[in-house]
Design a protein around this ligand. Structure first.
Ligand SMILES: [Zn+2]
Length: 102
């Protein structure tokens, strides 16, 4: 199993909302890039290179990072990959699941 497919994703403006008050009037203050593993395409590893902007809400003075809707904060795998690993682990040994899903 060789090769890797990478998708580079930007955050949609609609996702830039304060998690506390829901205000869309937030200010971007830098951020970071997250590398999130997702469901393999064929036998190739798939990595989502995702923008994770840091924002500040002036209404409630909160600073927060915007997470993509397909991955929890601070994890390196997508929700769909987690579901695939759980489903495959019922059918085959974990070592084979790990090899298949990287
Ligand atoms: Zn707020």
């Amino acid at each position: 199993m060789e090769g890797r497919v990478e998708f580079h994703l930007l955050v949609e403006k609609e996702l830039l909302r304060c998690p506390d008050c829901g205000s869309a009037s937030v200010h971007r203050r830098g951020g970071r890039t997250r590398r999130i593993r997702s469901v393999p395409i064929g036998l190739k590893e798939t990595v989502l290179v995702v923008e994770a902007p840091q924002c500040h809400c002036p209404a409630c003075n909160k600073t927060f990072e915007v997470s993509p809707p397909f991955a929890r904060a601070y994890v390196r795998y997508s929700l769909s990959l987690a579901r695939l690993v759980c489903a495959l682990s019922r059918l085959m040994p974990l070592i084979d699941v790990a090899a298949l899903t990287h």
